[in-house]
Ligand binder design. Structure first.
Ligand code: GLU
Length: 335
């Protein structure tokens, strides 16, 4: 009799747990679907074209995904198309530098101040004594590549590629056409690399660093990969599907803090004001936002605003954060 009651009780508890899990699932999927439907027809902004090939990516593609720290996926729209990761790669290479040398190396050898200036600013290099300023603008990201401990160019790339792949949970490839298109037009980033070198704030050969940095930015990912990379940060540095630790849990807060203050370049204040989540954007059209300890929201949509941030992506993430009330400083208004 007693056993029967216990079994019945257990069944009730299990059913209740399943119902909670299910309703949470339904909520996430419904919110993702709603954000996709609400913003898919927004027709503002333009693809980046200073990297010529990015102008040819179909502008109407749009994907939205939530990946939880348990690896559950709730998606709508484009999940397969491989776009170039561009600047969304930057926090992940900063993570590699932290993993190799500790967070103090990022603070002292790159810097952690937001610039309030565009992503490729040379003026920031002259204004701030840190020069590279923070790892999420081009100067700091190029410095981060130069800091990766490596004995050759091939080895530097191998480590950066291995780290990005570990975050995504699968072997990523470089989009060679994007690499060629970007490297051929890399005059601005070459200037930055050389200026940093001049100030003793680049730690490897400038041209070698520039090649590896451009390769990093040309790495192909789809929307789901981006969600998984963010979910690895939400899961305190462990990829939720492969179970591989990529970053010590103790260093995740520092990385998220840099994303919170500098992830949107000169729109970082506006972003934190309206969404309240650490995030990173890229000119390929990707954005990843992290709800620490819970999940990541990732989007892909190529048209950008003046600051170089994906318009549909920003709106979708802001909307989802608002609907789920997950802004770090309290529930935020949606839109
Ligand atoms: N590879 C791009 C550049 O260096 C990244 C810029 C971005 O995505 O914001 O210009």
């Amino acid at each position: 009799m007693m056993t029967k009651v216990l079994v019945a009780g257990l069944a009730l508890v299990l059913a209740a747990a399943q119902a909670v899990g299910k309703s949470q699932q339904t909520d996430y999927q419904a919110v993702v679907d709603a954000a996709y439907a609400q913003f898919k027809d927004v027709d503002e902004g333009a693809n980046a074209d200073y990297i010529p090939i990015l102008a040819t990516v179909p502008s109407d593609m749009f994907g939205v995904v939530i990946v939880t720290r348990q690896g559950e996926v709730f998606s709508a729209g484009e999940m397969d198309y491989e776009f170039s990761i561009q600047s969304v790669s930057k926090p992940f290479t900063a993570s590699l530098v932290m993993a190799q040398q500790g967070p103090a190396a990022v603070r002292t050898k790159i810097g952690v101040e937001p610039t309030g200036l565009p992503f490729n600013s040379k003026m920031a290099l002259e204004l701030y004594s840190a020069r590279s300023v923070n790892p999420l603008v081009n100067a700091g990201a190029i410095a981060a590549v130069s800091l990766v401990e490596a004995d050759s160019e091939a080895n530097r790339w191998e480590q950066i590629h291995g780290n990005l792949s570990a975050y995504a949970g699968r072997e990523l490839s470089v989009l060679e056409e994007v690499y060629t298109s970007e490297y051929e037009e890399s005059w601005s980033n070459r200037a930055i690399a050389n200026l940093l070198y001049n100030y003793g704030r680049l730690y490897s050969d400038p041209e070698e660093t520039l090649r590896v940095y451009t390769r990093q930015c040309s790495t192909g990912i789809n929307t789901l990969d981006l969600g998984m990379m963010g979910a690895t940060l939400a899961n305190q540095g462990v990829n939720p599907v492969t179970g591989k630790r990529v970053l010590d849990a103790a260093h995740v807060p520092e990385l998220l803090a840099i994303m919170a203050t500098a992830g949107f370049y000169d729109e970082s204040g506006e972003w934190m004001y309206s969404a309240g989540l650490p995030a990173k954007t890229g000119v390929g059209g990707g954005i990843v936002a992290v709800v620490p300890g819970r999940f990541a929201i990732a989007t892909f949509s190529p048209p950008l605003n003046e600051a170089g941030n994906s318009i549909r992506g920003m709106r979708a993430i802001r909307h989802i954060a608002g609907e789920l009330g997950v802004g770090l400083y309290g529930a935020n208004p949606s839109e």
